[in-house]
Design a protein around this ligand. Structure first.
Ligand SMILES: Cc1cc2nc3c(=O)[nH]c(=O)nc-3n(C[C@H](O)[C@H](O)[C@H](O)COP(=O)(O)OP(=O)(O)OC[C@H]3O[C@@H](n4cnc5c(N)ncnc54)[C@H](O)[C@@H]3O)c2cc1C
Length: 398
């Protein structure tokens, strides 16, 4: 008898959860399947680097999970039936069904055109690797002096604009932000961001809500037309519509509502983590979509599943923010220290040291995927079958 755990999505959170489960549970007792659409791990936090022509180290799942007991299944998830406890997939052999006893939903998010006219047709995105590669190819064809407008003044927009301006100083790079540039940062952080924008020659259009995108320009709410041979859209992310199409309780935006152990509040045999989950963080504020807060949700879910299956103590992984690590090209960075609930405090780290720090964070995030217990001892506990059955019993009585 084996308890079937199916993990959907092998991004930062799904891959970590699968690996951690494999280190927590006895191999004879569980079958862990990790389903992902792509054969290798995508370092999503580096997509702006891919867009500017940098090549990342390949990280094939077949190597990362070799010998771990996790079966990696290369397939596109097309649906989940939470009543029949099956996942619909399509792979090279056609359509199929994957039954599960416990499901971990970690399909992440994608870009969000927010219904702005022309965006879907004309804008580029860097939320996915195919999107980043398309932008890379487009940027390579731009001549000196041509314009690039990054829409969105959040972390991704700031990182994309600085990366492009640094890699292509011959281009005319601008950023359009709905609010002021770096409004959420401390005064020192804002000052540093403005300094780097100035050095890199990036024009910041502030309080400029983009209302339309055309092939050669973006238009803002006050009617300003900003020339844009290329528009890069970073204004927000949206979750995949798969969860919303199930009987799971989701938010209006389609994130799965979970409790403190990352378990669905409507279906106890389903867990959701990362961007796909609505998790309340410190100060009763929803966690923002990020690796920084997503990775602890994966630890929490894996440890809670293991505890529930083996009769161990339910974990209470601390999920809080420490800093926002922002790359400003390869040579500059900004580490903004924050409160537990993500509000900027005075302290910042800037310059080359901040760039090195950010690089270490990106490297350790990828390392954490391949080494999911982060130096903790491997403890493979035996499943208690009455407990394994209890999850379904809760559902039946709910
Ligand atoms: C350019 C950029 C820079 C960023 N920088 C930072 C940063 O500096 N710090 C930070 O904390 N966060 C950053 N983020 C956000 C961070 O990348 C996400 O919050 C994080 O990747 C979420 O992890 P996840 O596991 O939920 O989803 P993902 O990492 O997106 O993983 C989802 C996985 O599911 C797979 N998948 C999706 N749909 C299907 C399907 N239908 N079938 C099969 N597989 C599927 C995908 O291929 C992927 O492997 C950045 C994001 C971007 C785009």
């Amino acid at each position: 008898m084996q308890h079937r755990i199916v993990v959907l999505g092998a991004g930062y959170t799904g891959a970590v959860a699968a690996g951690r489960l494999a280190k927590r549970l006895h191999r004879e007792d569980v079958a862990i399947t990790l389903v992902n659409a792509e054969p290798d791990f995508v370092e999503r936090v580096r997509m702006h680097q891919v867009a500017t022509g940098q090549d990342l180290k390949p990280r094939p799942f077949s190597e990362m999970f070799a010998g771990t007991g996790v079966e990696v299944r290369l397939a596109q998830v097309t649906g989940v039936d939470v009543d029949r406890k099956t996942v619909a997939v399509i792979d090279a052999n056609g359509a199929g069904q994957l039954p599960y006893d416990t499901l971990v939903y970690a399909l992440g998010s994608r870009w969000n055109a927010q219904g702005v006219p022309g965006t879907a047709e004309h804008a580029h995105e860097i939320a996915s690797r195919p999107g980043a590669l398309r932008l890379r190819e487009r940027l390579a064809r731009l001549d000196a002096g041509q314009s690039v407008v990054v829409v969105g003044g959040g972390l991704t927009g700031v990182e994309a604009a600085t990366e492009i301006a640094e890699a292509r100083p011959d281009l005319d790079v601008a950023l359009a932000a709905r609010d002021g540039l770096g409004d959420w940062l401390s005064p020192k952080g804002r000052e540093h961001l403005r300094k780097v924008f100035g050095k890199l020659g990036i024009t910041a259009y502030e309080h400029a809500a983009v209302t339309g995108v055309e092939a050669d320009r973006v238009t803002t709410a006050d009617g300003t037309a900003i020339p844009a041979a290329v528009t890069v859209w970073t204004a927000g992310f949206a979750v995949h519509p798969i969860a919303k199409a199930t009987a799971l309780e989701v938010t209006g935006s389609g994130q799965i509502v979970v409790d403190g152990t990352m378990r669905s509040v409507s279906h106890p045999d389903v867990y959701a983590i990362g961007d796909a989950a609505m998790v309340m963080g410190p100060g009763d504020k929803p966690l923002r979509m990020s690796c920084a807060s997503g990775t602890p949700t994966a630890w929490q879910a894996a440890d809670a599943i293991a505890a529930r299956l083996t009769g161990g103590k339910l974990p209470n992984v601390s999920i809080r923010y420490f800093n926002q690590c922002i790359s400003l090209g390869r040579k500059e960075g900004l580490i903004q220290y924050v409160t537990a609930d993500d509000r900027a405090v005075q302290a910042v780290l800037t310059g080359r040291l901040a760039a090195v720090y950010k690089e270490l964070i990106c490297k350790s995030a990828a390392w954490g995927v391949a080494n999911p217990t982060l130096g903790l001892p491997t403890r493979r506990r035996r499943v208690t079958w009455e407990r394994a059955a209890a999850g379904s019993a809760v559902k039946a009585s709910a």
